[in-house]
Design a protein around this ligand. Structure first.
Ligand SMILES: *[C@@H]1O[C@H](CO)[C@@H](O)[C@H](O)[C@H]1NC(C)=O
Ligand SMILES: *[C@@H]1O[C@H](CO)[C@@H](O)[C@H](O)[C@H]1NC(C)=O
Ligand SMILES: *[C@@H]1O[C@H](CO)[C@@H](O)[C@H](O)[C@H]1NC(C)=O
Ligand SMILES: *[C@@H]1O[C@H](CO)[C@@H](O)[C@H](O)[C@H]1NC(C)=O
Length: 364
């Protein structure tokens, strides 16, 4: 049954073309010198219709669960009360987005929470003798194809500037103020993957809603590290030690040999660190959404095929081009794949591509 959904490692997919390539991602500047409430005005003005469309899909989903419309009513009443408990600058940025888009504040907050909870990804950091690369691939969990489709027009590349200088770059969704993946040019690259764990996937979020608010949203930490950390070591320490609302994986790459790691997090602390180690022949580290020391769920094994293709590529053959091939191989590429990002720290390069997976293709 599976054979038609899996394939031999792809080659020659780059530059992106053909039916798995929907289109390039456009660049926008976010000026960090502006007050938080104004930073997103230009982007949201342009993307307003797509964002409204996306929020409507979330509303429909909520109304499918609770047909009376009570769930959205609750969102509209309660979430605006919580926006001020979000740390600076996130609360003002979210209010700014609601004001410009005309979308009720509670629903913008919901959109920002929603993707904390519903994402799956494949991330790889690899090293040859000159460069460090990271590759990231963002999917939406379960068969939410509608959501996945509605998200594609919202995918944007962001250049965050202060005093007219790039601070970091990211691929993200318009209307979402946390970050999932990004690069601090010449210093480090970072991506966040969701970790489904018994020690409290959703408990922290529930606690936050109920008023216990000492943990940080994962995507807010990712953004804060991209914005404020100035070295690989500083980023690593903050990612390992900041208390979180939910477990997560952070995939970090630096600019020196050996600087590439997966930090496996519980809500409280780092429980495992897997680093690139040339002496052990470990020239890349790879993370999907399962602890690296455990078997992945057999229905969702993107790790084995991705590893197989990395092994076939070899350290000598690795480049952004061949990394793109790895992530274009089914089922690493699947129906829920929204975009693929390639980053190279030494050149400060970030490029992203919106993806499609024509049939036959794994639904997740
Ligand atoms: C996916 O999630 C949506 C809403 O969260 C739910 O309605 C749907 O049944 C889920 N599908 C699967 C296959 O789990
Ligand atoms: C900002 O930088 C760009 C090039 O990086 C330059 O063309 C532009 O004049 C600068 N703007 C200001 C206000 O300094
Ligand atoms: C590598 O990162 C460090 C900060 O961790 C920075 O001081 C150094 O200039 C960077 N090296 C290169 C070649 O960019
Ligand atoms: C890839 O190579 C590593 C190191 O040689 C090995 O441990 C791993 O089992 C290989 N994985 C696959 C799927 O080929």
């Amino acid at each position: 049954i599976y054979s038609q959904y899996t394939e031999d490692c792809r080659t020659g997919m780059y530059p992106p073309n053909g039916p798995t390539f929907r289109g390039a991602v456009s660049w926008y500047t976010v000026d960090l010198n502006l007050p938080p409430s104004k930073r997103w005005t230009a982007l949201i003005t342009e993307k307003k219709a797509d964002l409204v469309n996306m929020i409507q899909a979330i509303r429909d989903l909520a109304n499918a669960f609770v047909p009376s419309g009570r769930l959205i009513e609750l969102v509209d009443i309660t979430l605006p009360l919580m926006v001020d408990t979000l740390p600076h600058p996130f609360s003002d940025e979210i209010k700014g987005i609601a004001a410009v888009s005309g979308i009720p504040l509670g629903e913008v907050v919901l959109f920002n929470i929603f993707y904390e909870v519903f994402t799956v990804c494949t991330s790889i950091v690899a090293e040859d003798d000159k460069v460090k690369m990271i590759l990231h691939h963002w999917d939406v969990k379960n068969k939410s194809w509608i959501i996945s489709e509605k998200l594609k027009p919202l995918v944007v590349n962001l250049d965050f500037k202060r005093n007219n200088q790039t601070v970091f770059k990211s691929t993200n969704f318009a209307g979402y103020v946390g970050m999932l993946t990004g690069i601090k040019p010449h210093i480090f690259t970072l991506t966040m993957n969701e970790r489904f764990s018994l020690d409290g996937g959703y408990i922290g979020i529930l606690e936050w809603i109920l008023g216990k608010r000492d943990g940080m949203w994962m995507s807010f930490l990712t953004r804060s590290v991209l914005e404020n950390a100035n070295s690989y070591e500083e980023a690593k320490t903050r990612l390992a030690q900041t208390k979180l609302l939910a477990p997560a994986y952070f995939i970090l790459g630096g600019n020196q040999t050996g600087q590439g790691c997966i930090i496996t997090r519980s809500r409280l602390l780092s429980i495992d660190l897997l680093e690139i180690d040339q002496k052990l022949g470990r020239w890349f580290v790879l993370e999907t959404n399962y602890d690296h020391w455990e078997e992945p769920l057999f229905l969702d094994d993107r790790r084995t095929p991705a590893m197989k293709c990395m092994n076939q590529t070899t350290q000598k053959g690795i480049s952004l081009k061949t990394m793109y091939d790895v992530l274009s191989t089914k089922p690493v590429l699947n129906k829920l794949t929204t975009y693929t990002t390639l980053m190279q720290v030494s050149e400060g390069k970030l490029e992203s591509y919106i993806r499609d997976c024509p049939n036959p293709c794994m639904p997740w």
